[in-house]
Design a protein around this ligand. Sequence first.
Ligand code: PLP
Length: 493
Amino acid sequence: MVFYSTRSRDNTASSAEAVLKGIAPDGGLYTPLDFDRMQIDVAGLLSKSAVEISAQVIGKILDDFEPDRMRALIEAAYAGKFETEDLTPLTKVGDDFVLELFRGPTSAFKDVALSVLPRLIVAARQELGVKDEIVILTATSGDTGKAALEGFHDVEGTRIIVFYPDGGVSDVQKAQMVTQAGGNVGVCAVRGNFDDAQTGVKNIFADDEANHWAAAAGARLSSANSINIGRLAPQVAYYFKAYCDLVLHGEIRLGDSVNFIVPTGNFGDILAGEFARRMGLPVAKLVCASNANNVLTDFINTGVYDRRRAFFKTASPSMDILVSSNLERYLFLASGGDFDLVAKLMEQLRAEGVYTAPEALMNTMRDSFWAGCADDERALDAIGRVWRAHEYLMDTHTAVGWAVMEDFKAREDNGWVNVVLSTASPYKFSRDVLSAISDEKPETGFGAMDRLHALSGVRVPRQLAELRDRAARFDDCVDKADMLDYVKRALNA
Ligand SMILES: *Cc1c(COP(=O)(O)O)cnc(C)c1O
């Protein structure tokens, strides 16, 4: 399979190269175009386990790895890490469904992909005979950082440095990161918001001097953000798995369509749904759910992407994003691989903060996507209502999805089953979830965790309960201009 940079036809890569590099030299994102070669026979998946489905789906996309090897890799990646063999269980809540993607080691959906990515990188390194140490630089809005640290810590031949926005993550998220064990890990706050941290990391990747310096130090910079195609591929699998579960539970018939409602930030999770559709899954609408940072809602409804707007810190911080990186991949796919168009739009976004997509492309997008947004008030209200009606406890991100699903059903009910992707455990955002189902608002996240447990009876994930007893290892904080220096210091230490 050929992976193209979204920005020029000259920068192609094999799947192993794409995984290892993370981002193309021209700043584009590696993306496949030949979906005919990636078709999946859904009927053939019905009898398969979650791990088998995952191996088959990932193997179709990343075809440099032998099927047996891929299967062993996936098996090892998930072994003992998730709460259920199912990996991503599907739960019925009222008439709708919730796809629980948060049953992994850090209680966020990013575990699904970040359990696999380190092993894909190690395999790609072997495949390509690379000796350099792979240095993963990651910007996080809260959940990626911990999931990446958990996936990469003590993986031989790799190192990882995570940057998070100072004050921009919940206290439980911060505790998860700064207590991370492992000899090859680093964690640092950046004065700024997530977009500042993400831009800082992207700038380091695009900086020739930084890459030369890394090469001289026997290192190679790469990314664990969803700009890495190795992050995206494992996420495609759970769309197939959810569909199989609906068929197996008699909720739909094979061939029926399904709507997936996706709480969206960087557009990675929902783009994986678009991959699933292009690989043959009967997807009706992908519903893009945003919080008050509703740049994607506006884009899908108007065709104008405009990041020149106020940035809100919300109760769903992992979706507090104004520049959704993976949308670039979608523009590339929907334009039939128009490198020049994508390069032009991305340059306009960089230079002017705004671009307008061609009408034809937007029409293609609106055939497949529907967009809505819900602010904190509506999301918290949804948590309370769903709890009282169904005794089902949602986190703040999932709740944005739920509220937007209600809008979708009210305005454009197409009659197909609705599946909301649940992206985090409610205990990761205990204070807000607790305030949604009671009048209480304890001072700390951990106090809220206890109260939420007492009131709801829902089990607290062990790795979150244990956090409060662990000592912090990292307290660094830098200006965004000093991120590269921080990396250099960390690697020289
Ligand atoms: C990362 C994240 C999202 C957003 O996913 P994208 O792939 O960035 O769109 C939503 N919810 C939670 C809890 C997350 O961690």
